[in-house]
Design a protein around this ligand. Structure first.
Ligand code: SF4
Ligand code: SF4
Length: 300
């Protein structure tokens, strides 16, 4: 069983309990304007380009059969229109100014990579986490990874946007020990405007997973100027209270690292916030949500 991933991160402490290895799968049905992993959106590999690293050597001109690269006044120019994302230019680039982001890999090699850190998992209650993108964009691969994790006696978490076919999500989620379920905005219209998809099927899927007995933690990105407002805190807390069995709420303060990543793969970053929220502001957010629910609220 093979699938496409864009990163494997060891020693993560932000994606479920304990120390974890996080496998980031490519593909996502949402289009959040602030996305901090924009390279996850597309199911197939992206070509990244960092002009600051370019040596203007021209090696990519020879490698590309689609004439996407040219020299203008001895300066290299990359035109993405017509690019088939074959990766030949990235392979030829001696300066890593061009790179292929995303690779096809298989379940066995990912599990073999994850089990190397078993002592750390055992000491901290950690394990493997599937993230993305949206893991349910590759449902068979995600399910195979979770089954293989179980066979290898690894604890496994699934991080999901919840925007997926309900029965498929339920089938895959029941293979995970814990589901980290994103709620990005509690107002229906704002959710659609900010993510490109409706909120209602996501809430319906959250309720279905809760009814099926899934262990659930809500993961809530807080984007300054978009969802950092009283109405969202109230909506979030009300949802968490209404859906029985939510174990925790984790606020994820916005990080602007997605800006440079978006620019590197040729996406428009104009609407992405540029600033980190202040630590005091983050503490106030957490306090505001905690004041509305008995469910433990964490940050980060
Ligand atoms: S990825 Fe392939 S088609 Fe695209 S610019 Fe590079 S060599 Fe050309
Ligand atoms: S091969 Fe790399 S370093 Fe050379 S011109 Fe192309 S992008 Fe620049």
């Amino acid at each position: 069983m093979t699938g496409t991933v864009f990163d494997v991160q060891r020693f993560s402490v932000h994606d479920g309990p304990g120390i974890r290895t996080v496998v980031f799968l490519k593909g996502c049905p949402l289009d959040c304007f602030w996305c901090h992993n924009p390279e996850s959106k597309c199911r197939v590999p992206n070509i990244g380009y960092a002009p600051g690293l370019c040596l203007n050597c021209g090696a990519c001109l020879t490698a590309c059969k689609m004439n996407c690269h040219r020299m203008e006044n001895d300066r290299h120019v990359y035109e993405r229109a017509g690019c088939r994302r074959c990766g030949a230019c990235a392979e030829a680039c001696p300066a890593a100014a061009l790179e292929t982001i995303g690779r096809e890999t298989n379940v066995e090699s990912l599990i073999a990579e994850a089990v190397r850190d078993r002592p750390f998992y055992e000491a901290t209650g950690g394990g493997l986490t599937l993230s993305g993108g949206e893991p349910l964009a590759q449902p068979a691969f995600a399910a195979a990874l979770l089954r293989a994790a179980k066979q290898a006696s690894l604890s496994a978490c699934l991080e999901t946007s919840g925007y997926a076919d309900g029965s498929v999500l339920r089938e895959v989620a029941t293979l995970a020990d814990k589901v980290l379920f994103d709620i990005k905005e509690s107002d229906s219209e704002r959710h659609r405007a900010g993510t490109g998809v409706p909120l209602e099927p996501i809430v319906a899927n959250l309720s279905r997973l809760a009814a099926a007995g899934a262990r659930l933690e809500l993961r809530c990105p807080i984007v300054p100027g978009w969802n950092d407002r009283d109405g969202h805190w109230r909506g979030l807390a009300a949802l968490a209270r209404r859906v029985r069995g939510i174990e925790g709420i984790r606020l994820m303060p916005y990080h602007p690292m997605g800006v440079s990543k978006a620019e590197r793969i040729g996406l428009d970053s104009a609407n992405m916030p540029r600033e980190f929220p202040e630590p005091d502001t983050v503490a106030q957010w957490a306090h505001a949500v905690q004041a509305l629910t008995d469910i433990p609220v964490g940050v980060g």
